[in-house]
Write a new protein. Structure first.
Ligand code: FES
Ligand code: FES
Lengths: 700, 157
């Protein structure tokens, strides 16, 4: 299905991904698979305590093992620059800040030799008491200076307490979401090679330049001395955005064997301690409304976790600031800093847990107000973004709710819980809204070369982590160049191409695409002005940086969506099934109908997974995740997924970027867990406010 | 130890193999066949699926020594560069591939299913792919791809 697209008509078409033929043959080269001579294999040493220091480390038995090339510990590790990032500045002393932290590595000729020898290293610790207990009543909770992505921790508009006191209908409940792990199928992998003071990293990363810019200063290098190569990435979902300590460990180890490539892939087990995760959250939601159901107060007070060694503050409460209309809105964030691994980005950090709580609460409030939950949301639609005071560049929530209700067959729903059953199954339906900001990230540039045979080569250090970038950027470039898709060759995933931001915050297409449009325009102008409209024999190229979007100051920019879910709950066992889900999105212009659908769907299913399956269980005595594999940390299999109906509304938004598109990597996950929880309530009459909704919570 | 087996129709051998190395490791690191993926290393995800003497196995659970003298077929052995197998084509067309890390395992598992059952029902498809995890796609397009391959009379092997 790579039928030729007419010039200028690529965007929107359901073009099959261009690298698909490599992936289905097992021929796409992921980070660990680059063919290099004489690689050495790394197996890490990980701390078995959560707090303390390495008192003694004896590697002599490991070093004597056949095949072992070197053992890296804090005693012989090369010095790193102090950049103020204790997650990354590993092996500089014996300090341990969380269980599983890297305290060394064995490098050997084969992986099994390294793994075996790692077990021969004798380590003694001086242990301090472990404090890994995440509770909202701790007396050491604190307000961070800012949240992830630079959001304010606390906001207050109007007088929430006064509005709550005088509200005709009041609601106050606390929701919790557990620690969750990204678990891309490809474990984080690196091959590191040093050559004459320059470092090459074959990486599984969401951004080659993000990796370069993080790693270079640690090793005291100018950025251009670190080369990052990452053509194909086996998923990331945020965990390969900010580089983690595994990259530093591989680079340190490679220094000990200069010239020899060192290969290091995390095992699935290791991913639960060193690859980032979503903080558990505790959210107290308070809502007030008048007798008609108009909201007068919205409040989300969040408590969440961070690591003592490095702060990460998820922006859990931000969606409550702009989602619904109210004159009084308050959000707060408190952190508990513990002896735990460092939390990080997981698909829709902030919105995913925040909208589980808010959208569950909206369902509960609709019931309190005796209103249909779709209508309740629509009647509380704001006119503008209440946080910034700006108008929305476009806001398709109402259209999504109406369209979704229609497709799902919502009308005529009996609001009474437990009103429908099918044999032993209690059947219910639920709805929830979705939102995700249209982020754009700086530091992008692109080069496009035209050859006299009418072919174009487009270079930008962008990333494809499964999202479809190889294809979608080609579509955008082709249309702007006025040529057919087949005439454009993309080059991405390498720091030898121009500077680019990474795949994160659903910002990729906005940032890279805007840059390509600018570069294509420059190239066309150049061909026109300097070559009379014809590409010269020797070819011609033009480069451009991402232009500033003047509308950013004028409009608030978000994508929206609505999820409708049917849940069936076995009355005796508490088993929950979701046979169908309908989601409608308002995300501007869709660049590629095929890859977009996949993005939406993957997000929805990850939300379904959060609703029913995912929960990392921490042993607070020792600070480790007990269920650190797929046998016990459950993600959906095909049996967990029923019929998924996905569509999007036509949305013409001239302000977001030159393509009129909004990022779609995250909007699918937001709200989908709440839609499931709301449907489970409708089926059973039991409101579960603690994710995941496991059978034990339904059969009390 | 030394290991000899047939892989994708060719006699291959690996020297200096350590007890404890898995067939997956041999394929990926010693025989230059990285198509089979390592995503869990303990039989939970199906990313490493290959045929051993015609049986679908998780190669991460097969010890190297167990592969001695056996016939292995990996995803790389299902088609050549110039002509994809109908199962492979269907995965691309249906949009069943995203990051692609689960894909080789799913391709082999689907190939196996259609060898045994040219026209599987929905339930049979779901059952056959129950051991393959995918974190990206939400599965629906994968199921579509299998149906598409079956409809194309996909079993060209
Ligand atoms: S890697 Fe073999 S089943 Fe997961
Ligand atoms: S496509 Fe990424 S895991 Fe399946």
């Amino acid at each position: 299905m790579t039928a030729t697209q007419a010039p200028g008509k690529s965007v929107g078409a359901p073009i099959s991904r261009v690298e698909g033929h490599l992936k289905v043959r097992g021929a796409a080269t992921y980070a660990y698979e680059h063919r290099l001579d004489e690689p050495a294999y790394l197996h890490p040493l990980q701390s078995t305590i959560a707090n303390g220091r390495v008192a003694k480390i004896d590697a002599s038995r490991a070093e004597a093992e056949p095949g072992v090339v070197a053992v890296l510990t804090h005693e012989n590790a090369p010095k790193l620059e102090a950049v103020g990032d204790a997650e990354l500045e590993i092996l500089q002393n014996g300090e341990v800040g969380f269980r599983g932290q890297f305290i060394g590595a064995v490098i050997a000729d084969t992986f099994e030799a390294a793994r075996y020898a790692a077990g021969l290293v004798e380590i003694e610790y001086e242990e301090r008491e472990t404090d890994a207990d995440f509770r909202p009543d701790r007396d050491d909770l604190y307000t961070p200076e800012q949240l992830n992505a630079g959001f304010e921790p606390d906001t207050s508009v109007g007088d929430v307490d006064g509005a709550l006191a005088s509200a005709a209908v009041k609601f106050d409940a606390t929701y919790t979401t557990p620690r969750e792990h990204n678990n891309p199928m490809e474990p984080h992998s690196s091959i590191a090679v040093w050559d004459e003071g320059e470092l090459t990293l074959y990486e599984s990363t969401q951004g080659v330049y993000w990796t370069q810019n993080t790693i270079a200063p640690l090793f005291g290098l100018d950025a251009e001395k670190v080369h990052v190569i990452s053509p194909h990435v086996g998923g990331g979902f945020g965990s390969k955005g900010l580089p983690h300590a595994n990259v530093v460990l591989a680079a340190l180890a490679a220094m000990l064997v200069e010239g020899r490539p060192v290969k290091f892939a995390l095992t699935r087990h290791m991913m639960f301690s060193v690859a980032g995760y979503r903080t558990p959250t505790i959210q107290r939601i308070r809502l007030g409304a008048d007798a008609e159901g108009k909201l007068s107060a919205i409040c989300n007070d969040v408590v969440e976790q961070t690591s003592k060694i490095k702060e990460f503050a998820e922006q859990t409460g931000t969606s409550a600031r702009m989602m619904y209309d109210s004159s009084n809105i308050q959000t707060t964030h408190l952190l508990a800093a513990l002896d735990v691994a460092v939390p990080s980005w997981l698909r829709a950090p902030g919105e995913a847990p925040g909208m589980f709580a808010l959208e569950s609460a909206m369902d509960e409030m609709a019931i309190e107000c005796d209103l249909d939950p779709v209508e309740f949301r629509i009647m509380n639609e704001p006119e503008k973004d209440l946080e910034s005071g700006l108008p929305f560049s476009s806001r398709g929530l109402v259209a999504c709710l109406r369209e979704g209700a229609e497709r799902f067959g919502w009308d005529g729903r009996n609001p009474t819980p437990r009103s429908e059953r099918d044999g032993r199954w209690l059947v219910g339906t639920g709805v929830a809204s979705s939102v995700y900001p249209v982020f754009s990230m700086g530091g992008n540039a692109a080069t496009i070369r035209a050859d006299s045979d009418g072919k174009y080569v487009v270079e930008i250090g962008a990333a494809d982590i499964g999202t479809g970038t190889w294809t979608t950027l080609g579509q955008i470039a082709a249309d702007e160049l006025g040529v057919s898709f087949e005439d454009v060759e993309m080059k991405i995933g390498d720091t030898k191409f121009p500077n680019a931001s990474g795949a994160g915050g659903s910002s990729g297409i906005t940032s890279w695409g805007s840059t390509l449009v600018e570069a294509a325009r420059s190239l066309r102008e150049k061909i026109e002005a300097e070559h009379g409209g014809n590409i010269p024999d020797e070819g011609v190229e033009a480069s451009a940086k991402m232009p500033k979007n003047p509308h950013r100051k004028e409009y608030a920019m978000y994508a929206f969506g609505a999820h409708f879910v049917e849940a069936r709950v076995d009355e005796d066992t508490g088993e929950v099934r979701v046979p169908r889900m309908t989601s409608v999105f308002a995300a501007g212009r869709i660049i590629n109908a095929k890859t977009a659908r996949s993005q939406f769907m993957g997000g929805m299913v990850m939300g379904l997974s959060a609703a029913l399956h995912e929960e990392s269980v921490l042993d607070t005595r020792f600070g480790h995740v007990v269920n650190h594999d797929f046998a016990e940390y459950h993600i959906p299999t095909n049996a967990d997924v029923g019929e998924l109906d996905i569509s999007w509304i036509e949305e013409d938004d001239p302000y977001v970027n030159p393509m009129g598109s909004k990022g779609i990597g995250e909007i699918g996950i937001v709200g989908s867990a709440a839609a499931v929880a709301n449907a489970v309530y409708h089926a059973t009459g039991t409101r579960v406010r603690e994710l995941p909704i496991t059978p034990d919570k339904l059969i009390s | 130890m030394k290991l000899e087996c047939k892989v994708n129709g060719e006699n291959r051998e690996a020297d200096g193999v350590r007890e404890g190395e898995s067939l997956l490791y041999i394929l990926r690191e010693r025989l230059d066949l990285p198509g089979s993926k390592n995503a869990c290393e303990q039989g939970e995800c199906g990313s490493c699926s290959v045929y051993m003497d015609g049986m679908l196995v998780c190669s991460c659970l097969v010890l190297a020594g167990q592969a001695e003298g056996r016939e292995i077929v990996t995803v790389e052995g299902l088609a050549d560069e110039n002509e994809l197998h109908p199962v492979q084509k269907s995965f691309i067309e249906a949009g069943a591939v995203q990051c692609g890390f689960c894909t080789p395992g799913l391709i082999v598992a689907t190939h196996d299913l259609l060898e045994r059952n040219a026209k599987p029902s929905d339930v049979e498809i779901r059952e056959a792919l129950a051991g393959n995890l995918c974190r990206c796609t939400g599965y629906e397009k994968i199921l579509d791809a299998v149906k598409l391959a079956a409809a194309k009379n996909g079993n060209g092997a």
